[in-house]
Design a protein around this ligand. Structure first.
Ligand code: SF4
Ligand code: SF4
Length: 360
């Protein structure tokens, strides 16, 4: 373990800061996501186990942070994500005002000419921040990151990746329920942000496929889009918030300029730190000094150089805990470092540049 706070000095780089063995890395099949395997894979202990199966017993124990109130708010925090179908829409959510459509006026179907993808990207980032995304990055779609069982047309070549910050104080309570509330709020905010951004793009006459964790691996896309690097805990580490974010993305044919990836020394720091592995109650995070290309369970995708997280163990801990867990987010020094340095955080690229200059 290393002491202290990592220094965050971000530099833009030409290539994403990950290493893959191209002879081994395959597209990941979404059937192997641990939550999917709960439904179909009797070969592991988590089969047909729901992680809220013990909630009543846990409430009865009376532990702080596991009360009926905490669970009630936790379930409520997910409601926009779970109850609002527009959050993950791939088509127009709301038709333009019917009276005008009936007389043939629907300007939202007219394609907006994008003369300058750089300016368009600046506007997208400004819009993303305005509607609630904490970070917005753009990359070309590397189709290796699409799930093996998903295809989307070639014209969707750009990806807008957005990160939503989760509440720091609530995450500090992990593995108790308030941390889960922060997670649920992150997912519900994600639905709002996705819907506004997707509909904005469709109002410009382009297509937008709004995605949460579905359709493709979010973390490598976020790395490609310059939002952060991969940590030992298997999560995206951002300079601004550490791993304390949820990720979502939109695939689009809107012409955009990609961001360059960033590097700020996460892998080297993780080699010595190991705090997430030491605090993980499931023993799911590797203590090895060096990352590897080998997965440790069926829900990993071997062929990328990283510390593979045993997500089977992680899920089984959630079942015992009665709720999910954010301890590997809570203890990460980048979480703390990012809280300290946020005031001077990187807001690069979020102002709309020339597009709004004339208006401000
Ligand atoms: S979420 Fe909790 S159980 Fe899962 S890897 Fe992180 S610390 Fe371990
Ligand atoms: S807590 Fe884990 S992910 Fe965070 S810096 Fe330490 S080793 Fe890396």
């Amino acid at each position: 373990m290393v002491d202290g706070t990592p220094r965050i000095k971000v530099r833009r780089v030409e290539k994403p800061p990950y290493v893959v063995d191209e002879s081994r890395l395959r597209r990941f099949n979404s059937r192997n996501i641990v939550f999917e395997r709960v439904m179909w894979d009797p070969s592991w202990e988590g089969y047909r186990r729901m992680y809220d199966e013990k909630v009543l017993d846990i409430i009865a124990e009376g532990k702080p942070g596991y009360s009926r109130l905490d669970f009630a708010l936790s379930y409520a925090s997910w409601i926009v994500r779970d109850g609002f179908e527009g959050g993950l829409s791939w088509t127009k959510i709301k038709p333009y005002r019917p009276p005008l459509v009936s007389v043939g006026i629907d300007w939202t179907k007219m394609r907006y000419d994008v003369d300058d993808p750089h300016e368009m990207s600046a506007y997208i980032k400004w819009a993303g921040r305005l509607i609630g995304a904490s970070l917005v990055g753009i990359c070309k779609l590397n189709r290796l990151w699409l799930y093996e069982d998903v295809e989307i047309p070639e014209r969707f070549e750009n990806v807008i990746v957005m990160a939503i910050e989760m509440d720091a104080e609530a995450i500090e309570t992990s593995p108790a329920v308030p941390a889960t509330i922060a997670t649920g709020v992150g997912y519900s905010k994600m639905a709002f942000v996705l819907a506004c951004m997707g509909e904005f793009i469709r109002n410009l006459g382009y297509d937008a496929l709004q995605c949460g964790n579905d359709t493709a691996l979010s973390i490598p896309l976020a790395i490609d889009a310059g939002l952060g690097e991969l940590g030992r805990n298997g999560l995206l580490i951002t300079p601004q918030y550490g791993p304390r974010v949820r990720l979502c993305k939109i695939f689009t044919d809107l012409p955009l300029e990609s961001d360059k990836p960033i590097e700020f020394g996460v892998r080297e720091f993780c080699k010595k730190c190991k705090l997430c592995a030491e605090h993980c109650e499931a023993g799911a995070i590797s203590m090895d000094d060096e990352p590897s290309f080998e997965g440790v369970c069926r829900s990993n995708n071997p062929g990328a150089l990283k510390w593979y997280v045993d997500v089977e163990r992680c899920y089984l801990f959630w079942c015992e805990n009665g709720t999910d867990c954010s301890t590997c987010i809570k203890v990460c020094p980048y979480n703390r470092a990012s809280m300290l340095t946020r005031a001077s955080g990187d807001r690069e690229g979020v102002t709309p540049g020339g597009i709004l200059k004339g208006m401000l």
